[in-house]
Design a protein around this ligand. Structure first.
Ligand SMILES: O=C(CO)[C@H](O)[C@H](O)COP(=O)(O)O
Length: 209
């Protein structure tokens, strides 16, 4: 089970310092959507250059122009790019074809997708690598968590890897682990903790014990 650290609200300078402190406990660094808007593709480039041993995910949440936008992320050094599961099949196909050309991966963010039974087989047919259940920040404010969606998703995923995101921390991570996702994504739970190193250590220990 991989641990993906989602960075959403730090500056590039702060993010590079934090990843340096947390790197031994994480597998994937996510350049989160707000971070990408703030710092641009140089966040992906600098993260990859400074930490070549870590995988980098560019959370571009692509909605259109799949091949072109995926290429921008991969050219900057991203190992994964995200595309929205709710978008058109042609956009997802463009991302998958670009990933194959460059030897990289596509993660589908299922935020706001309602019909998993229909959408998941279609996404697998398109050849995506990872399908991620995601309860967004605004949905979290309304008290939602990704647990029910993860249970639902497990019924339909046959070959893609499964990721889960949305307000996970060391107190809740075991609930998700019981459902055996391939990637657990944690952002604010680690980076907003009083002691991020202690929190990431706890999450990592639970994931690897
Ligand atoms: O994609 C995101 C927001 O759109 C976040 O990166 C993801 O939800 C993980 O962050 P957190 O653990 O703080 O919910």
């Amino acid at each position: 089970m991989k641990l993906q650290l989602a960075i959403d609200e730090l500056s590039l300078e702060q993010a590079l310092i934090q990843v340096d402190k947390l790197k031994q406990y994480i597998d994937i660094v996510e350049i989160g959507t707000p971070f990408l808007i703030d710092a641009g593709r140089k966040a992906v480039e600098q993260m990859k250059r400074k930490f070549p041993e870590l995988e980098i995910l560019c959370d571009a949440k692509i909605m259109d122009a799949g091949a072109y936008e995926a290429q921008l992320a991969y050219d900057a050094g991203a190992d994964y790019v995200t595309v929205l599961g709710i978008t058109d099949d042609l956009t997802i196909k463009g991302c998958v074809e670009q990933a194959k050309k460059q030897g990289r991966k596509v993660m589908v963010d299922m935020i706001c997708v309602k019909d998993f039974a229909t959408r998941i087989p279609a996404l697998e047919e398109l050849g995506v690598d990872v399908i991620a259940v995601h309860t967004g920040a605004d949905q979290q404010q309304a008290g939602r968590t990704p647990i029910e969606d993860l249970i639902e998703m497990k019924k339909y995923v046959k070959k893609a890897q499964i990721a889960v995101a949305g307000g996970i921390n060391s107190k809740t991570v075991e609930d998700y682990m019981a459902l055996q996702p391939d990637i657990v994504i944690v952002g604010s739970g680690i980076l907003n903790a009083v002691d991020p190193v202690h929190e990431v250590e706890l999450v990592h220990r639970l994931l690897t014990d």
